[in-house]
Design a protein around this ligand. Structure first.
Ligand code: G
Ligand code: G
Ligand code: MN
Length: 402
């Protein structure tokens, strides 16, 4: 039997423990089951992580040095997480059971509890028997949100910007970051973009929302850019925006207000968005390019667009979709596709970015295939502004920005 490929549905685990050895033991055990593990040593780190990443499993030490671990349960619920919990603790069985009941009362699922020292066999047994995740349907099942609530949220700055680094695969230099938004709602908790972006599109709020996201992220970005003029900021555009002929004007206005030069801004658009109304998209994109803004094809390889029509547009960057990147070690077709995309990008003078880089072996293979830039959990999940500053201080790419 060959190893299971870590397909798009590969499980992700977060281990929250202040002892590095414990984190390592859990990560190793998870690895043997093909589960990718992240670690967090403090509650703050764990909260940051669960807000950015949809974990399948959270292994939680109830006796963190600074906090009691229970506080994370609330954050998980607020983040709309459907992760299954495994509690670890040196406390007696009754404390662990009480924690498990509390989690259940908060609507979180608990796979089981483990004592300390941790028995790897018991952990493996729990991980093997994990219940199916429920998250895939969450966005559809969730009750409709009142557009008035979203409209107010946009005005009240409840929409926050997270930043995910793009780095050079070989020497791990920071070259830019992508903005990924979240809605921090006092009424609803943390709402993910796949829930509120479509709502904004349906209810005529998308222009206002996009303008706010651009203004807010550019303002946070400006000081970084001043120190490192080669950094770029990438913002995702809704397909609707690519039918709005006033977009280039709006982008210029936001840029002028922010003091960031147009060449530092990358707008990411998906293939489908371009093909929906090709003439309007070509018009808008050409005018954006004339103004100096860069354009990126997002999720490349997932649409059903005409390659020729797509590549005639004035793109500056191409982001190869996660589905090829994550399978490239196991699926013999994936490296061939990546190699072809590398040469296509080279011929057309497009910067190529690999999305969803989760492991070192994948980063190595991508480098060998000729891909220079990557983005993914291996380097960092989407981070808050403070989180990114903190990470920059602690990482090799520290020289990038201080
Ligand atoms: O980070 P996350 O997994 O939650 O992102 C989910 C999807 O939401 C991605 O496809 C991403 O492109 C999209 N998204 C995130 N932020 C924005 C945004 O500011 N505008 C638009 N239009 N899409 C966004
Ligand atoms: O659709 P778009 O490419 O704009 O959005 C990128 C999405 O991928 C975001 O939802 C982001 O949170 C997620 N993401 C970023 N890095 C990784 C990764 O390494 N693995 C996985 N599974 N998702 C990632
Ligand atoms: Mn994107």
């Amino acid at each position: 039997m060959t190893q299971e490929p870590p397909g798009p549905s590969a499980a992700r685990l977060l281990v929250v423990d202040d002892e590095a050895v414990q984190r390592l033991i859990v990560a190793r055990a998870a690895g043997t089951l093909g589960i990718a593990a992240d670690g967090a040593a403090t509650l703050a780190e764990a909260v940051e992580r669960v807000q950015a990443v949809a974990y399948d499993v959270v292994v939680l030490d109830l006796g963190l040095r600074d906090h009691d671990g229970i506080e994370l349960l609330r954050s998980l619920r607020e983040a709309g997480s459907d992760a299954v919990l495994v509690f670890v603790s040196g406390f007696d069985e009754r404390v662990r059971q009480a924690a498990a009941r509390l989690a259940a009362a908060l609507g979180l699922r608990v796979a089981g509890t483990l004592g300390k020292p941790l028995l790897v066999d018991r952990l493996l047994a729990l991980l093997r028997a994990l219940p199916e995740r429920t998250g895939a349907k969450r966005a559809e099942e969730a009750p409709d949100i009142d557009p008035a609530l979203l409209a107010a949220a946009i005005e009240n700055d409840e929409i926050i910007c997270l930043f995910q680094p793009k780095v050079t695969l070989q020497d791990r230099r920071l070259v830019g970051m992508e903005v990924l938004t979240r809605w921090r709602s006092p009424a609803l908790g943390l709402v993910r973009p796949d829930r509120f972006i479509p709502l904004a599109e349906r209810s005529g709020l998308i222009d206002r929302l996009t303008d706010r996201i651009m203004a807010q992220s550019l303002e946070l970005f400006r000081p970084w850019r001043q120190q490192r003029p080669e950094l770029t900021l990438a913002i995702n555009l809704s397909p609707i925006s690519l039918t709005d002929l006033t977009l280039p004007e709006r982008v210029s206005t936001v840029l002028a207000d922010s003091g960031v030069p147009p060449s530092a801004l990358v707008l990411e658009v998906t293939e489908g968005a371009v093909m929906a109304d090709y003439v309007a998209a070509a018009d808008i994109m050409t005018r954006l390019r004339i103004r100096g803004v860069k354009l990126s094809i997002d999720d490349f390889g997932t649409g059903h667009s005409s390659l020729l029509s797509l590549l005639r547009l004035p793109f500056s960057e191409l982001k190869i979709d996660q589905s090829f990147v994550r399978t490239c070690l196991h699926d013999p077709e994936a490296p061939k596709i990546i190699r072809a995309v590398v040469s296509l990008a080279r011929e057309l003078g497009l910067q190529l970015v690999a999305e969803g880089v989760e492991t070192e072996p994948v980063a190595e293979l991508l480098t060998r295939l000729g891909c220079a830039i990557g983005q993914g959990y291996l380097f960092a999940p989407p981070l808050s502004h403070a989180g990114l500053v903190e990470r920059l201080r602690a990482t090799v790419w520290a020289e990038a920005v201080r």
